[in-house]
Design a protein around this ligand. Structure first.
Ligand code: ASP
Length: 327
């Protein structure tokens, strides 16, 4: 009896001991969009600090395609041992179920939430030569000429796709929607004047707006961004109905042991409390005010409410237009 108890105790203790050493090797950190875009930028900033805390590198792997759902599925199907995690966002873990009838993962059931990294207000931006001086002129021009205009997005279900689908439907515009593997490459084409406009997350845009290489017509939040004090809100610009903000958050596959997710979550929260990491994110316009969402419990709630919200919003929006094939 006694020896069997001892045996039982050692069996119970073993897995915990194994995990105490986590992480023992680098962690693959899936970014479901092209390098250089908003999700990639936020991921790399937090990964740098988290790697120091964890004593192992978080190695970013860009797995782009299908509006971020290819990378999210890769993460959902990975071995849940803490060595594959991802940076998801409002698209992959909020809007995607509303636009893909056959989505192969469930943002709620197939992941363990680790925590939100950054809120990312949405801006309406256009190429520098776009012939409109403010949001009112922009809206009338787009309405009148939308068939001739190209709008860039990062694939069906991405933040840029869903938020601009909402924008286009609000103003009754039907531009040609050009798909990219992320808004990093899309932004390059806006700077080069090859596409006309897009709706994108602030962290991708601030340097180009400050350098005057693109035009920013409005930020879709209640307040102006402290890093872009000259850019009016959509409300100030006469389009108060277009209020939308995105977010980027870390997830692990379902079944990842709690000891592991706790370590990851603590490392993320430590990164978000670090002055240097905060400054880098804040300088790009990220919103770090939602402390509750930085916890696994808060993120779980956010994902549930976002799936419901986007399901409602996107039902009212013409989402059915065929997207052109990826470049
Ligand atoms: N977040 C995506 C990217 O990093 C873009 C998007 O969702 O619109 O490119």
């Amino acid at each position: 009896m006694r020896s069997s108890l001892v045996l039982l105790a050692s069996v119970l203790v073993l897995p915990l001991e194994g995990m105490a050493a986590y992480p023992e090797r680098p962690i693959t950190f899936i970014v479901p969009f092209a390098a250089g875009g908003p999700t990639d930028v936020v991921a790399r900033i937090v990964a740098e600090n988290m790697s120091k805390t964890l004593g192992q590198q978080l190695v970013v792997e860009n797995v782009a395609g299908a509006g971020g759902t290819t990378g999210a599925l890769r993460c959902a199907q990975a071995t849940p041992d803490g060595y594959t995690i991802m940076m998801g966002h409002m698209g992959t873990h909020g809007a995607a179920p509303a636009v893909y009838a056959d989505l192969k993962y469930d943002p709620v059931k197939d992941f363990v939430p680790i925590g939100m990294a950054a809120g990312t207000p949405i801006l309406i931006v256009a190429k520098k030569s776009f012939p409109a001086k403010d949001l009112k002129e922009f809206v009338s021009y787009v309405k009148a000429n939308s068939e001739k205009l190209n709008e860039a997005h990062a694939g069906v279900g991405s933040v840029s796709f869903t938020t601009c689908a909402f924008f286009n439907s609000l103003i009754g515009a039907k531009p040609t929607r050009v798909v990219y593997r992320g808004t990093g490459p899309a932004l390059n084409d806006i700077v080069a004047g090859q596409v006309d406009y897009m709706c994108d997350q602030i962290v991708n845009l601030v340097p180009q707006i400050q350098a005057n290489s693109i035009k920013a017509y409005a930020v879709a939040t209640a307040q102006r961004s402290p890093v872009l004090p000259d850019v009016p809100t959509t409300k100030e610009g006469g389009l108060a109905e277009f209020q939308v903000s995105a977010w980027n958050a870390i997830f692990a596959p379902k079944g990842t042991p709690p000891e592991v997710t706790k370590k990851l979550s603590a490392a993320l929260q430590k990164a978000l409390a670090d002055a240097g990491t905060r400054k880098r994110l804040l300088d790009l316009g990220a919103d770090l005010t939602d402390k509750e969402a930085q916890t696994p419990e808060g993120l779980a709630k956010l994902v549930q409410s976002e799936v419901a919200r986007w399901n409602k919003v996107l039902k009212t929006v013409a989402m059915k237009e065929p997207a052109p094939p990826p470049k």
